[in-house]
Design a protein around this ligand. Structure first.
Ligand SMILES: *Cc1c(COP(=O)(O)O)cnc(C)c1O
Length: 443
């Protein structure tokens, strides 16, 4: 563990001079399509703090997009990954396997929902895991269609762009997209026309009707859903929606895939967000929080489905890299030892009442939602439900200037999302919320 002081500190304008200098080198050499939330360059990160090259310390409400759940330099991750680095960096699991990969698969079998026999395959990125879940489901069912949902996000590769709902910035100009992908409604409570209380039943009925009428259930290989939709705006499908879709998949021999890449690994106060309504997916995709910041992803699921792909059909040069596997074992060890599910619930207890109190004062906060340390506010124009992306950008900018790293999200770009590392101290959390409140007051 580094010795980075756990306090907010702004000592230069944001961005500071060293960051500005790096930014001009970056602009000259890095492709414009790769964006950044803040033009400050990181020097160190630990616990709830990211320190930049000018010595500014930011309260981290982003975790590198839900990745550094255990912190960005967690002791067990550093220890295990360093030891592995010294032993060997790579052999390729498809050439000569190693124990760490098997151990990660064993941990995934234990931690994911359901007590059926499970197997895993490891990859590098979330998108790669989702692509492989589709390959496996197609091999198992011998069907081709894939069903996804409004506001869903599944990655930036060709197939996962097709699976993703939002055009700008993810898809614009990058087609043509993979075929046999169908999108159906999701129970977005806040925006459901007949009200949140009806959203679960009505949206699931509409989704199922569309599948039956437009695709034919017998042609569907997989239904893929995020149990809490991340990039779509931290949408928790209204109660009853996920169980209805899960049941429909079971009744029709469709592989139900929970994309827990953002919501998994203690983020919502449970190991996986689908546990909230007792959902047991056939396959589950994980990445982000899995390995304390090292690039690793997985598909885990029913042994008979996972074994449907022929030998050599799955894999990749780097998939399940030994250093990343060591990082994952360190991250999982940390989650268990520090009981990070309880920490996530505590973060919700601190954040939700504060945000709800702000909602009462500032009528541009239309909705406060989320679970655990996956919390968001949706901003609207006063007295309406019209999305307010301008205010969202202003709030984020004001927070950044004061040393609080917040991210925005949502189909309409009008959601401020909070994804703090679960190891963040309560004082930092409170300080960050005060900065946020001041930003609303100043708007
Ligand atoms: C981030 C994310 C992905 C893509 O993961 P990458 O590692 O960026 O490829 C897929 N699904 C969900 C739900 C995500 O949040």
């Amino acid at each position: 563990m580094s010795t980075l002081p756990q306090e907010r500190r702004v000592v230069t304008a944001i961005p500071g001079p060293k960051s500005q200098e790096l930014q001009s080198r970056r602009t000259a050499s890095v492709a414009a399509g790769v964006g950044s939330v803040m033009p400050v360059f990181a020097a160190r990160a630990d616990g709830g703090i990211v320190e930049d090259v000018d010595g500014n310390r930011f309260i981290d409400f982003g975790s590198g997009i839900a990745v550094t759940t255990v912190g960005a330099s967690a002791e067990a991750v550093v220890r295990r990954a360093s030891a592995q680095l010294a032993d060997f960096t790579h052999t390729c699991f498809m050439v000569t396997p190693y124990e760490g990969y098997v151990e990660v698969a064993e941990q995934l079998a234990e931690l994911t929902p359901g007590d059926h026999a499970k197997k895993s395959a490891l990859f590098n990125s979330g998108a790669e895991a989702v692509e492989n879940a589709v390959k496996i489901a197609r091999a198992y069912t011998k069907r081709t269609a894939v069903v996804v949902f409004d506001h869903g996000y599944h990655g930036r590769t060709n197939l996962t762009m097709a699976l993703t709902s939002k055009n700008m910035p993810y898809k614009q100009g990058f087609g043509p997209f993979a075929p046999e992908v169908y999108r159906v409604p999701v129970a977005y409570g806040y925006r459901w026309p007949t009200g949140a209380e009806n959203a679960g039943a009505e949206a699931s009925a509409q989704a199922i009707e569309q599948i039956n009428k437009q695709i034919g259930a017998e042609n569907v290989a997989a239904i893929i859903i995020e149990p809490v939709l991340g990039e779509g705006g931290f949408i928790e499908p209204a109660k009853g929606f996920l169980p209805a879709i899960r049941q429909f998949a079971s009744d029709n021999g469709i592989v139900f895939v929970a994309d827990e890449i953002q919501s998994g690994f203690c983020r919502t106060g449970q190991w996986f967000a689908c546990e909230d309504e007792g959902i047991v997916p056939d396959l589950i995709t994980t990445a982000k929080g899995i390995a304390g910041g090292l690039p690793l992803s997985a598909v885990t699921g029913r042994a008979e489905i996972m074994d449907a792909a022929h030998s050599g059909g799955l894999g990749g040069t780097y998939g399940g890299n030994p250093v990343a596997c060591a990082g994952a074992l360190g991250a999982i060890e940390t989650m268990r030892e520090l009981d990070l599910n309880a920490k996530a619930k505590r973060i919700e207890e601190v954040m939700k009442p504060r945000l709800t109190a702000m909602q009462e004062k500032y009528d541009i906060i239309g909705d406060v939602r989320g679970r655990g340390a996956m919390i968001a506010v949706e901003l609207v124009k006063s007295g309406t439900k019209e999305p307010n992306p301008e205010a969202t950008a202003q709030i984020a900018k004001a927070c950044h200037a004061e040393g609080v790293l917040v991210l925005t999200t949502g189909t309409y770009g009008n959601v401020v999302r909070f994804l703090p590392p679960l190891v963040i101290g309560e004082e930092l959390l409170t300080d960050g919320l005060e900065v946020l409140e001041a930003a609303f007051a100043a708007l």
